[in-house]
Design a protein around this ligand. Structure first.
Ligand code: AMP
Length: 291
């Protein structure tokens, strides 16, 4: 496994690994890796000849009062995990390889960039799309793999790739969960014991919404209320808990076609986000997705 820490090393490694004659699968991450990230690596391996993983905690997607400084960083362990997973190349850029001192150009995420996660975290998706666009130019992947866990991010990256005509396919990997349903996340280590016990409530509320839809409920306000009721927990405050449609990530009054049940809550010092897909998966048992 090659570890590139400067852009020259990355370019050389890319050529040594076969250059443009081969398909590169790319998994961008912020490190502090867990089994969810490795499942995306496995998917990238299936879809391409070579697998590249980036580890970069991108400052521009964190707000001024967010957790950039305390975001977990475990580079040695990450490299061991990626080596064991058969990754060909790890890109661990320095800040200077990603940003110039006075940058003026960013990728505008459009209206969906200001809703839900974007409403709570102003500028977040601008930061995400800008860094992902840069990473795409640096790596030149044929396939990029993102987690369904960050559903709004996935929506916006697919949009960016389509509308800005990046020559690659975006593939999504399903959300890996703990045995009790909590979506795996690098930030879960910050949950205190009582909080960790309460944390699966978000997945349970979303699952309850999913069950209602499966049983035929189509009115979004009814589903929202039922999910809120299910979540009711003194330790948690809800940022949002609703249904959006796949086509434009907006909230319909009545469910039709395909979309997501999305939720975000605050629990102690941690924000949890999660989602479930509705629309073409009603025959799946919810237990199947807790793997
Ligand atoms: P991050 O955790 O922010 O470094 O995310 C890197 C990639 O891993 C993103 O595409 C995430 O959507 C994805 N990811 C995060 N958590 C999970 C999970 N529990 N299961 C699958 N993919 C995940």
């Amino acid at each position: 496994m090659i570890v590139a820490r400067q852009i020259g090393e990355l370019n050389r490694a890319r050529i040594d690994l076969g250059g443009d004659s081969l398909g590169f699968g790319f998994v961008p991450t912020m490190g502090a890796l867990h089994a969810g990230h490795l499942s995306l690596v496995a998917l990238a391996k299936q879809k391409s000849d070579r697998v590249v993983v980036s580890i970069y905690v991108n400052p521009t997607q964190f707000g001024p009062n967010e957790d950039f400084a305390r975001y977990p960083r475990t580079p040695e362990k990450d490299l061991e995990m990626l080596e064991a997973a058969g990754v060909d190349l790890v890109w661990m850029p320095r800040a200077a390889d990603m940003y110039e001192p006075n940058e003026m150009i960013t990728v505008d995420p459009g209206p969906v960039g200001n809703t839900y996660e974007g409403a709570i975290r102003p500028g977040h998706f601008r930061g995400v799309l800008t860094v992902v666009a840069k990473l795409f130019h640096q790596i030149r992947p044929t396939v990029a793999v993102f987690g369904q866990k960050d559903g709004q991010q996935l929506f916006l990256i697919k949009k960016m790739v389509r509308e800005l005509q990046f020559p690659l396919d975006v593939v999504s990997g399903e959300t890996l969960r703990e045995a009790d349903g909590l979506a795996k996340s690098s930030r879960n280590i910050f949950l205190k014991r009582g909080e960790r016990e309460a944390a699966p409530a978000l997945f349970q509320a979303l699952s309850h919404g999913f069950e209602l839809i499966k049983r035929g409920e189509r009115e979004v306000s009814v589903i929202e209320q039922a999910m809120q009721h299910e979540l009711k927990n003194d330790e948690m405050s809800i940022d949002y808990l609703t249904c959006v449609q796949q086509s434009d990530f907006s909230r319909p009054e009545i469910i039709e076609g395909q979309g997501l049940l999305i939720g975000a809550v605050r629990l102690g010092s941690v924000r949890l986000i999660d989602n479930l897909i509705w629309g073409d998966n009603y025959s799946e048992l919810i237990d199947d997705s807790t793997g």
